[in-house]
Design a protein around this ligand. Structure first.
Ligand code: 5AD
Ligand code: SF4
Length: 441
C-alpha cells in the first residue's frame, strides 16, 4: 500500500447527478490507491459532496462540515473537503465560516480530487486548495468502471444554460456542456456486459442534449441505446417541457425499451408565475404535451416538481397549480417551498411570501398528492408486475426492492441472489409511496 493511501468517507447531498458524481469519484479514488469506508469514524479524509438548490441543503452540509472540523482540532492529520454545488456557488467564501477546510472543489473540477489529495499529502500542505473551474468538463471521468449495478445513472450533460429566475444551478454547475455521444454509448455498452439492465440518463435539461460534432440529438441517443443488447429499460431525467418535439414524444410508442414513466418538472400551473420564472412555456402548452404523450402511451405515468410560494404568488396563482394537479393527475410530485438563492433574479423580489403561507400551500398540495398517488398505486393491486430487482430494502429483514416499468418501487421477500434479475411480482398492497407483493413462481 502506498504511504499516500488514505481511508476516505464520502457523504452525498442533493440530486441523482450528485450521487453519480460521488460514485465516479469513488472509482477514481480507488484507482489512485485509496480505500472507501462506510463509516466516518474510520476515515482519514471526509469529503462532502454538497447541494445548493435550497438553503436547507446548504445548512445541513455546513453543519456537518463544522462537526467534522472539530475532529481536526484533535487530529490535525484528518482532512475535510467540501465538493460539489455549494463549493461551486460559494468558493473561497466558505473559508470565512470554515477556515480549517482542506479542499473546496466545484462539480466541474471533481475529476481533479485525487491529484489535489496527492498534492496536499506529499507537500504536507496545511492551507486550503480552492480548485479552479476548468474551461471544459472532463467527461472521460464517467468512463471509469463502477461496481456493477442493475440500474446505472448515466450523465449526458453538465450544467444548465437556461435562465430560470429562481435557480442556482447555472451558478453552481456552469452552463450546459454535452457529453460526447460515443462516450455515453460506450459506457452503456460496457455496463450492459457487466450486468446493467436499466439506464437512467441524467442531465439538468436532458432532452436538450445534442452532440453537434457527431450531429446527434437526444432522440438519436435513445435510439442507439434501444439497440444495445442487455439493456432492457431506458429512462431519463429531468427533461424541460420546452424541449419536447414530436420525434421525442413518439419515442414513447416506438422504442420498446423506453419506460412509460416521465418526470416532467412543471413548477407552477399559473401562466403569470411561469412567465416570472422564465420557464418559456404556458400551462396550455404543458396540457397539450401531456395529451400528446397520453395519445402515444395511454398508461404513461407522469410525475413533476412544483414550487409553492414563489415571490408574488397570489391565492389565484396557487389555485391554478391546484387545478393543474387535478387536470394532469400526477402519479407522483415533489413539492418545494420557494427558497431564495443569493444572486438569482427572484431572490431580490420585494414580494416574498410569508413562511406560514408557503407551508399552508405546501400542505394543501401534499394532501392532494397523497390521494392521487395512493389512487394511482392502487391500480396495481391484484396485478402481476415485472420488476428489476435493485437491492435489499433498507427497512425490513429479508426484503428486496425494485421497480416496475412505471417507476413504482415494489417491496417483497426474496434472496439477495436475485439482485440484478427481473421477476414477476404479484402486488398485494399499495401505499402512497410503494407497492408490496410476492414473487410469482
Ligand atoms: N426554491 C425551491 N425549489 C427550487 N427548485 C429549484 N430551485 C429552487 C428554489 N430556489 C426545485 C425545482 C427543481 C427541483 C430540482 O428543485 O422544482 O425542479
Ligand atoms: Fe443537484 Fe442542483 Fe443540488 Fe447541484 S444544486 S446537487 S445540480 S439539485
Amino acid at each position: 500500500m502506498s504511504p499516500f493511501s488514505r481511508k476516505i468517507w464520502i457523504k452525498t447531498y442533493g440530486c441523482q447527478m450528485n450521487s453519480r458524481d460521488s460514485e465516479t469519484l469513488k472509482a477514481l479514488l480507488i484507482q489512485a490507491g485509496h480505500v472507501i469506508v462506510d463509516n466516518e469514524k474510520d476515515a482519514d479524509i471526509a469529503l462532502l459532496n454538497t447541494c445548493s438548490v435550497r438553503a436547507l441543503a446548504e445548512e445541513k452540509a455546513l453543519g456537518k462540515a463544522g462537526r467534522l472540523l472539530k475532529r481536526k482540532e484533535r487530529d490535525p492529520n484528518f482532512c475535510v473537503g467540501i465538493l460539489g454545488c455549494m463549493a461551486g456557488r460559494r468558493g473561497a467564501e466558505l473559508l470565512k465560516i470554515l477556515p480549517a477546510l482542506d479542499w473546496i472543489v466545484p462539480p466541474q473540477a471533481l475529476p481533479r480530487v485525487p491529484s489535489l489529495i496527492y498534492e496536499t499529502l506529499t507537500q504536507n500542505k496545511c492551507t486550503c486548495t480552492v480548485a479552479d473551474v476548468p474551461q471544459a468538463f472532463d467527461f472521460t471521468c464517467y468512463e471509469q468502471q463502477l461496481s456493477p449495478k442493475p440500474v446505472l445513472f448515466v450523465p449526458v450533460q453538465q450544467g444548465c444554460g437556461m435562465n430560470c429566475s429562481y435557480c442556482i444551478v447555472p451558478k453552481t454547475r456552469g452552463h450546459q456542456q454535452n457529453r460526447p455521444f460515443e462516450s455515453i454509448v460506450t459506457e452503456i455498452r460496457q455496463a450492459a456486459q457487466r450486468g446493467t439492465r436499466e439506464v437512467m440518463l441524467l442531465g439538468q435539461i436532458v432532452n436538450a442534449y445534442v452532440d453537434k460534432d457527431a450531429q446527434k440529438t437526444f432522440v438519436d441517443l435513445l435510439q442507439a441505446i434501444q439497440e444495445i443488447d442487455g439493456i432492457e429499460r431506458i429512462r431519463f431525467m429531468s427533461p424541460h417541457p420546452s424541449f419536447f418535439n414530436e420525434a421525442l414524444v413518439t419515442c414513447f410508442g416506438r422504442l420498446s425499451k423506453l419506460c412509460p414513466a416521465l418526470h416532467l418538472p412543471i413548477q407552477s400551473g399559473s401562466n403569470r408565475i411561469l412567465k416570472l420564472m422564465r420557464r418559456g412555456y404556458t400551462r396550455e402548452g404543458v396540457l397539450n404535451l401531456v395529451k400528446a404523450l397520453r395519445a402515444v402511451e395511454p398508461r404513461i405515468s407522469i410525475s413533476t416538481d412544483l414550487i409553492v410560494g414563489y415571490p408574488g404568488e397570489t391565492e389565484e396563482d396557487f389555485e391554478q397549480t391546484v387545478s393543474l394537479f387535478g387536470e394532469i393527475h400526477f402519479d407522483m410530485a415533489y413539492i418545494f417551498k420557494y427558497s431564495p438563492r443569493p444572486t438569482t433574479e427572484a431572490a431580490s423580489s420585494e414580494e416574498m411570501i410569508p413562511e406560514a403561507v408557503k407551508e399552508e400551500r405546501n400542505q394543501r398540495l401534499l394532501s392532494l398528492l397523497n390521494h392521487s398517488s395512493t389512487a394511482y398505486n392502487e391500480t396495481f393491486v391484484g396485478t402481476k408486475q415485472e420488476v428489476l430487482i435493485e437491492g435489499t430494502a433498507p427497512h425490513g429483514e429479508g426484503k428486496l426492492f425494485g421497480r416496475n416499468r412505471y417507476n413504482k418501487k415494489v417491496i417483497f421477500n426474496g434472496s439477495p441472489k436475485l439482485i440484478g434479475s427481473f421477476k414477476e411480482i404479484f402486488i398485494k398492497k399499495a401505499t402512497s409511496s410503494a407497492l408490496e407483493g410476492y414473487i410469482v413462481d
